[in-house]
Unconditional design. Sequence first.
Length: 687
Amino acid sequence: MSPFDQSNRTDDGIQNSNNNPNRPSNRVQKFSSIGGNLTIDELILSKTRIIVDDSAADVTGFSSFAKAYSIAATEIGRQIIIPDFCISMLHSNQTLIEQLIAMRVMLKWSGRDNYLDLFSSHANLAPFLVLAGNKEKGKEILLAAKGAKVWIRLAQITDNGTLRPLYLNDGTVASDRNHSQRPYGTVDSNRFRISSEFAHFQLQRIPCRPVRIGSVVIADNGTQYVLADAISHNEDSVTYRVQSGECFVKIFAPEKLTTLQKNKLSLMKSKEITHKGLCWPLNIVSDSSGTFIGYTMPTFRGTPLNLCIMQPGGIQRYFPEWKKDRLSRLAETIMEKIDYMHRHGILFGSIEPASIIIYDDNEVYFADTDHYQIEGFPCMKYSNAFCAPESLEKLGKVHLVTLDEERFAVAELAFALIMPGKTCYPSDNGSNVLENTRNMRFPFKWGSNKAYVDDRTKIGMWRFVWSHLSARLKENFYKTLMKSDIMYKPGHRRSAGDWQKMFSEYTRDLSPEKLFDNNSLLLFPPTFKRHSKDEEYIKCQCCGVEHPKFYFEESFLAQGYRYCRACLKKASDKGFTCQVCKREFIYTNKTKIIHQIHEENDGWAAQKYCKYCKRKKDRCSACGKVLEFYKLKDGYCPSCWSKQPYTTRICKEYGHPFIITNGEAEFLLSKGLELPTRCPMHRKKRG
């Protein structure tokens, strides 16, 4: 049964225990009826355990509620419960929460990191009254309660500190206004429904005449616009400025124009979506004959995200003065807009960075909103740049994404924003991006986890960038993007609002009064983050950067070689020429140091053969013995080669020819002696 099904609910919106076969009988307990706002005294008398979510603890009226409850609750000794994982997500009121815990007005439940586990482990204490700050969070909590088979009631805190019921609809986040007047389950008129079924309409081509610069188009409100210059174009459409400058007009390509765009835009216009930077359709546009050809949208300015942030060198080119606090603020701005979209039932369907336009860290535009997934109308262009693992099999097919799938994509986008130029699942070391996404091989580690860590990331510049992120960002990135924690699973993923809070906190951490390591402000720090003044740092004799001691090899430090791990892999000024293949090889600094240490201590000779020639094997041309190719001389093993003719001479005494072998010649020449002029027989007689 859907948690939003009305057939099994009482008048006050709570599931009827008598109709729920999965609910244990020992948990049958009625909540006090809440028709309007609930006073603190009524809450105390209801004898229901109260859980406060971080979204409720951040609202304006929480301090008033906490103060009133602490006075009343002291008399009966019953505490408000706050999960440990909610405390870590608090945006404000952190000090107040700590005081309430110290005063024993609030009890912290630890050992669980999500509501499903929390409800399952404390099912015997149900029912619960859960205070949530918005309907999106309320839906998550209700789904977790259903999964744990416990009975809960949802409420929210008003601005004056009282409680009112939190009414849910069919999955989209409804308005926070007039709760007590609206019946449970009423769909908010200004929210779209997140659908799992395609919209039903007759798909037909719409014949039209092409328009160009100078053409006049007519909006459905009667306003006429003259098309000026084109600001962007692709195979599907062209976006124009208009001569009046009051809006942009998007005209669909005649060969792509169908009833799909027309019906989708009509649905989009049916809701009053107005949010700064969200370029939502303003009016449907027709040509002079009255044929639908496009729509108007608010104007925007800036550079596409894929060029200015995600492309190597993009930030330095477009925003050379930016530091990490500006980048974090940009991420916060983008997440705020996505949070607005999701709260209104609007999904990207597939995130396209080229349609996110950046003018400044506080001024961002979402263009091409006609591509978004709106109810049963899917996004028609899909990219694997930001894609949940469970969505990979759908790529190439028209499909509807779920909110969970989109949240995973948003987490990938959040990572790409704060790690500009890096992706969650890179193709380093020859691996495949899609394979890494499917297997969730996230290349960074967090805490004491010893999961897969890509070697290039481990020693490269991205390890430095990662180390300077806040602990909360690293934890949530790891738990969401690595297949090792429950947070990666559908139903447990962070919302855009959660990421917005984390970036807001990170921006505050980068303020002058909180900043500990100045390198944290750099977009690409040269080394790891400093955590204390006592941490030992050593200056690399190659790059000149001070790195923590763990970034050096202790055995080399003991010998006086101060090369960081990155510089150990760089080319040195030493090398050798292979005596077999005659190719020249340059040592890395690490190999150079190893040779120097062994030449000084162990008498190593200079290297003669490359690793490729050492691996190759062949047979002796004389005896057939197989051995390393570099050990062969002219195709012979050392023994057979020494017996082969070096030269032939005429004996001075007897006048007949004799052979000098390679072995004889090598011995005599190594001693500085001349080759013999008499045959072996004469030399033997002369004794």
